[in-house]
Design a protein around this ligand. Structure first.
Ligand SMILES: Cc1ncc(COP(=O)(O)O)c(C=O)c1O
Length: 458
């Protein structure tokens, strides 16, 4: 085998289709329910928030959906992204394992998020939308949508979770540079934000609260604004599959096939992006890659949450979906992986995980940063704290292979860089980071607030 490190594709290899896992998933999707009536949602309800093209993608069971040329043109600014063999990390760990990572941090805003932001902005523009609203946790999603809205001439309002707004002022400036307006959520701008602040003027916010604010603004705009979500929904996960489709070709160039595919999970989109094309190969092509989703012990929806119908947001305005959830009232501890602090998980991923097609594991914050520093010192790239969860588990897999004397091929998605997360790195380097395990008791309490729809929907 050669000593090649980077496996790159040409622009002409850029995928022409997104892969829709619903075509192959052995588990039929549960209905999406109206938050007030508990009846299956109608396109009319969704049309208040999304353009028709995205609603059709959300419910489509077509296996492949063509990527519009205008979207592919913008993808070309950073795609195909490199696949890298982390040889220096392998040497540092002295492992017989081969470690590969797909480097999504090379996008202009620094993560995988533009893969769907560009598509969503395109479909909104085509439908005549003038402005979008959204939430952002770590700021990665907000930056990506700000970038995309700028390219398509759309206005954008971003509701940024208060704790991230304070921890990451430079993300806000990046969004503003692209032309977006950014507000620390909870805000005084929405009825729901005001109600949260009335109860807790120092609320650190949560993704659930920020989603409620962004949805409220769009839903009460009389059609002037639509809403855009950076994860969880089927169409968002589907837009991310360009990652896995490219990775399949690149692993081929490397002459190997992964034994395990790893990605961190917040709402599930970057994991699905790399893993679903490999799942297709498992289901249809006789491959046997293990698919491993990694979440923080502080927000463990897959490993500790309950698989049930729940609201997508805290104010109960977003649709009810069947997913792994910690309860829609979940206000997570202020860990540094802001993008992984959501209470729920993408329905398709929840279902596949529940049925055993995908494995999940939770890792604590300090060990995650330890892995990030090991990776940075070996490979030179500072991972985003979210991505560092995948790095932790990739390293653990490599060490396990070493202990067992096995050659193992490991592929993980480096979903973003951590250049705006240096305060978190500083806290780690100064020994100021703490671990947090979300208590099982809190999950049980939150379950009392789940919508009682189980019987109605089955
Ligand atoms: C760098 C990075 N990776 C991963 C995630 C998690 O989101 P998702 O599970 O949708 O990929 C985020 C979310 O903001 C992120 O910023």
């Amino acid at each position: 085998m050669s000593d090649q490190i980077r496996f790159t594709l040409n622009e002409t290899d850029l995928p022409k289709y997104w892969y829709n896992v619903l075509a192959d998933s052995p588990i039929p999707p549960a209905p999406v329910l109206h938050p007030a009536t508990f009846e299956p949602v109608t396109p009319d309800f969704l049309l208040v928030l999304f353009p028709m093209a995205l609603i059709l993608q959300e419910v489509s069971t077509e296996r492949y959906i063509e990527i519009p040329e205008a979207v592919r043109e913008i993808y070309k600014l950073y795609r195909p992204t490199p696949l890298v063999r982390a040889r220096r990390l392998e040497q540092a760990l002295d492992t017989p394992a081969h470690i590969y990572f797909k480097n999504e941090s090379v996008s202009p805003s620094g993560s995988h998020k533009p893969n769907t932001a560009i598509a969503q902005a395109f479909y909104n523009k085509t439908a005549g939308t003038k402005a979008l609203t959204t939430e952002t946790g770590a700021g990665q999603w907000g930056s990506a949508l700000a970038l995309a809205c700028n390219f398509f001439g759309l206005d954008l309002e971003v509701y940024m979770v208060r704790v991230s707004y304070d921890q990451k002022p430079y993300r806000r400036i990046m969004m503003e540079t692209y032309g977006a307006q950014v507000y620390a959520s909870p805000t005084e701008r929405t009825g729901f934000g005001r109600s949260v602040l009335a109860q807790d003027p120092k609320s650190p916010g949560s993704l659930g609260i920020a989603i409620s604010e962004a949805v409220e603004v769009a839903a009460t705009s009389g059609g002037a604004k639509k809403y855009s979500l950076g994860s969880v929904l089927n169409h968002v996960l589907m837009h991310q599959t360009v990652i896995g489709e490219e990775a399949l070709k690149q692993m081929d160039l490397a002459g190997e096939y992964p034994d395990v595919v790893i990605g961190c999970v917040g709402g599930g989109s970057n994991f699905a992006g790399i893993a679903y094309p490999f799942l297709r190969q498992n289901l249809k092509d006789g491959q046997r890659a293990r698919l491993l989703a990694v979440e923080p012990t502080a927000a463990p929806s897959l490993t500790r949450g309950v698989y049930a119908f729940d609201y997508g947001d805290t104010a109960k305005m977003a649709p009810i979906v069947k997913m792994h959830t910690l309860g829609h009232s979940f206000v997570p501890p202020s860990i540094h992986a802001g993008g992984l602090r959501y209470h729920g998980m993408a329905p398709s991923l929840s279902a596949l995980c529940n049925a055993g097609y995908i494995d999940a594991i939770a890792v604590p914050q300090v060990a995650t940063f330890e892995a990030a520093v090991t990776f940075a010192r070996a490979e030179g790239i500072l991972p985003a704290p979210e991505s560092a969860h995948a790095v932790r588990v990739a390293i653990d897999e490599a060490l396990d292979a070493k202990a067992k004397g096995e050659k193992r091929v490991i592929l993980f998605n480096l979903s973003g860089h951590g250049h705006f997360d240096l305060a978190a790195y500083q806290a780690y380097l100064h020994g100021q980071l703490e671990d947090y395990v979300y208590p099982a008791q809190a999950v049980q309490e939150a379950m009392k607030e789940l919508p009682q729809v189980e019987m109605a929907a089955i």
